[in-house]
Design a protein around this ligand. Sequence first.
Ligand code: KG4
Ligand code: ZN
Length: 334
Amino acid sequence: MPVSILAIETSCDETAAAVVEDGRTIRSNVVASQAEMHARYGGIFPEAASRQHIRTIDAVVREAISQAGTSLDRIDALAVTRGPGLPGSLVVGINYAKGLSLSTGLPLIAVNHLEGHVFSPWVGSPEREPVFPVVALIVSGGHTELVLMDGPLRYTRLGGTLDDAAGEAFDKVARLLGLGFPGGPAIQKAAEAGDPAAFDFPRARLEGSHDFSFSGLKTAVLRAVEALRDRSGTLPVSDLAASFQEAVVDILVKKTLSAAETVAARSVFVVGGVSANRPLRERFMAHSSLPVFIPPFALCTDNAAMIGGAAYPHFRGRRFASLDFDARPNWPLN
Ligand code: KG4
Ligand code: ZN
């Protein structure tokens, strides 16, 4: 009989639940996004996020069980994101999962959100098996990290952003260009009609390290916007979006592939919300001599299927949480 895990994810602005078998087969994957609500504020409003999780979590979990065609008595374990994420949002999922664990007697696994993203290429794609060592680029709204994996669950941090996460830069530049929230998809869309060479925005290469920096790029876009407004009053939004996106894609691909070469990696993972970016996916595929694993679009942004995938090896190792654990809003990967 396969091991069936019911996973819950509420670390940011998606209320999500999924049923995953043996860490690989997705039986259901329900995501209730709050993006529309936060768009009104121009970004994520943490208190509104946690209150919305409270309203939707029960319906989302029930829907995940129903879509999987299963019932709680056929589930083997529960999994929930413990961190990193917004404290008030994490607590909603954690408390719900604890309550369910108490009432059903099911064991509970506390999962690191970043480990969830790292497992996203495995979940739903059981036919492709990466060869270790793997270099993983975790690139999302809250994180931009390069991690070396010598084997499953064995991580060494190689580097990360010194300031903004790449997704955060997409969101801030989108706001500056009046493109709305979330910024990544909006920039990508606007960029389709633009020239990526129109503006030569700076790339922070930070030679000799595997770190990133996006604040200089963000400031350069701001300066360009201010100068253009002073001069003509109108903005070439598509060109600005395309040139900004080009700078981010260029630096992410170059630094990841150079890290992979330095540590003699044999596979590359690109995961997290920004890995949904089409030009980024295409550039990795075109430039990497190593096999590149990028999850399907639905598993790039936050979801619970990836949490169910990451929980499976912990289930096999019987690493269950006692019910007194708290959220870890800044939980590192290793
Ligand atoms: O992984 P995720 O859903 O949440 C975090 O863990 O942070 O990532 C969300 C981030 C947002 O910053 C969003 O703008 C970005 O991923 N994103 C994209 C695209 N889709 C989502 N960035 C660039 N291009 C996209 N197509
Ligand atoms: Zn995430």
